[in-house]
Design a protein around this ligand. Sequence first.
Ligand SMILES: Nc1ncnc2c1ncn2[C@@H]1O[C@H](COP(=O)(O)OP(=O)(O)OP(=O)(O)O)[C@@H](O)[C@H]1O
Length: 938
Amino acid sequence: MVTGAPATMLDRREELTPMLAQYVEVAERYDDAIVLFRVGDFYKAFCEAADEVARVCELTRIEREDSTGTYTACGIPVDNAPKYLKRLLDAEYRVAVADQVEDPEEASGLVERAVTQVLTPGTVVEEELLAEGSNTYVACVASEAEGTEASARTGSGATREDEDQNDPAYGVAYVDVSTGECAVTAGDAAAVDEELARIDPAELLVAPGVDPAVVDGADCMRTERDPETFDPEAARGVLDRYADPDRFDAAERVAAGALLSYAEYTQGDDGPLEYVRRVRRYDPRRSLRLDATALRGLELFENHVGSGRTLFDTLDETRSALGRRRLRAWLRRPLVDREAIEARHDAVAAFAERTLAREAVRDALSAAYDLERLAGRISRGRANARDLRSLYDTLAAVPDIREAIGGVDALAEVRGDLDPLDDLRELIDEAVVEEPPQEITEGGVIRAGYDGELDEIRTTAREGREWIANLEERERERTGIDNLEVGYTQVHGYYIEVTNGQLEKVPDDYTRRQTLKNSERFYTPELKRREDEILGAEERADALEYELFADLRDRVADESDRIGALADAVARVDALAALATAAVQRDYVRPEMGADGIALDRSRHPVVEETEPEFVPNDAALPRGTVALITGPNMSGKSTYMRQVALAVVLAQAGSFVPADAARLPVVDRVFTRVGASDDIAGGESTFMREMRELTDVLHDATGDSLVLLDEVGRGTSTADGRAIARAAVEFLHDETGATTLFATHYHELTDLADEYERVVNRHFAATERDGVRGSEAPASQPETPRVSGDEVTFLHRIREGAASSSYGVEVAELAGVPESVVARAHDLVAADRDRDEGEPTVDAGSGSGSGSAGATPQRTLDEISTNGHGHGDDGGDAPSADPEPPAVRDDAVADLLADLLDHPLAETTPLEALNALHEYQRRAEEAANADDAGERA
Ligand SMILES: Nc1ncnc2c1ncn2[C@@H]1O[C@H](COP(=O)(O)OP(=O)(O)OP(=O)(O)O)[C@@H](O)[C@H]1O
């Protein structure tokens, strides 16, 4: 990274020209940024900074030579700056833009320049650099106990319980500098992780005392700040400019204060950001909690595989950037207050029932500009006349929206908030012409009739121009020179031109101004006077227009609270109309809230159904506290089913209708997931370690009001361990947490739990396969016609009562194109395994990681191991040579080992302890095996 003052320039400091010396001076103050200097129509960088700008932006460098020697320079054209600035930001640069802060014409000597803005990924406000329908946040994490104390407490030796008691309160603050939205909350380390996942900042500031592990999950640019900005008193001082600091906790104060001080710094350090009108303090528990794993697992906003579509994409029927951001926020933080949820459902229902009103509203919204960002620009003094006209156009759409939803009770509240700001609209319309120019310093902005003085000046200028327009004719008549012409040049002003042949007719009051080859140019005293008058008037008019405009902009800025409130209402209307549109177009149903458990009739997965032409709807009946064990072949639809149940919950609580024929849903406090292919190895953790970490979170934090999705828990380790962990987890969820749980598993023996535990139920996914190979679902017993094609498995994607008997791993391997010989061999092994088990359910070859299907050791069931010690008899000639004979083990040692494993208090085990424990269990298993071998040899 090349930031601050370029080294070469520092070395030659004494010799630099005044302008380069000025560059070095500014660059030294912004040593964390690459500094760009406004010179003419370019933003320029010099020496090493120039080399870097040229490299990142793919621009040419130029060699410059002056009295002090040669140096390189690189310029970004001002007109096309956003494109290049974006490249620098993408390369994780902060860019300090130094503008001329003095009129070059008035400057004596070097024009004064100062940094007017520091562009950073999280604080950009340029329209061209911002994503339209989403927020760009910069966030800050600080801890209450600054310094070493805080980090010492979260050291890895602590158990979760210890952590809970001692965990310092962290403050998390975030701000969108383009809209002024700013909020802050506090919580423990886990809450920080969860909040950062939801905020999804583009840039993060971390206070010095915060343990780096706490912010590990945030995948964005880190920004270092001077430790002093995190000083509690300094932070309080900054926050005080925006809100009463005593409303916040110590950690919140530090986070918000340090953050706002950074935001001010990036906007040119001109003091408080007027458009950050409030610092909202919120409690994450007042919304349905979705941590990073859940957001990812449910693919709300991101999808790394498959169609690439997300839940948000599917629902996004909004018509404005405001609405789009709001819908995102609703999905990110669904509600937990039943009344509030039902109020949203009422509003969506009202829109869903009224097609005309809905379409009228959506049409009107299409004309709406991004009010929040407009208001931001207006308050920052960066709005031009076109921005004010955009505000006018948006305000002009409001009455139509109000009219369309008039008289609808469920929409009365939002209608009431849709204040069309008539006074402001009239003011703008009176002041600003309909199609103003881009520039606000060159006139043509203010309407006639708005200001008496301006009108007078303009009249003077106009009369002057009229007088000049008629001059040619008058002078031709007066002098008898037929070809006399009146013209104007930038340099010489107005002139009367007479060709050489007519010069003798020139009257006495003509004064020579310029001699050309074939003609002479003259002026008269009156022409000169008029010229001065016109030019003076135009200049004064431009200056006055600018003044009037700036004044108007300030008056509009004074109304930013009202504009903000209107923006909020427009965002709500758009999001509600969008949800209604999605509901109507995709046939969603209004959920009945407050049920004691989940009951979905013919529910669908909102995203998969869009791409799957024959999506099979499925019911879900899960009374509160049910643990549903879901078995079935690979690819049969288990993950999809679990996700669709969770998505119904999320959608309902976000205010949406849900994809089902009927839905009765509880209000859930938290959705936990450990679903699907989250085998990404983030942060260098092993897959299993990550899985256990996620499981720990679930077991630790789930409540009776939570919904838990677990997919193939334990598959990251050996079958026996995985099975033990899965069983223990089910027992714990049933006995201790009481969370409603969907648990997909390939460990068929877990299905026995349904006999032992009251609220454990079995569900399975059916498939048919070529005749006679396996008797999973006898085609005749099925209500629907089974889809058997050739000798392939056909998935019915239909959930049923009871447990599956088979997992079809080998068939799936075949579908996936695993070589025929391997498939054939795997079939043989599965058959041999089944013969041995005599119908006893076992873990299928091909389950979990799928390794079993390609020739690994067939696994024995838990019961086999614990009851007779020796799982398998002789395999005879059928056994593959690679298959070692299962080690004979001593019953007592194994029984003890299993008992310990099953009793292991998972909920109180940190991931590290889990690994250690596993290591110990493995050691004991080996010891038992060796002891037995030794016994046999003796
Ligand atoms: N109800 C359904 N109707 C139609 N197609 C479905 C349905 N459910 C799932 N599918 C399709 O089946 C495929 C497999 O689904 P899914 O990943 O849910 O299976 P799975 O049982 O979880 O598989 P695995 O055990 O291998 O993880 C997906 O591509 C999906 O599009």
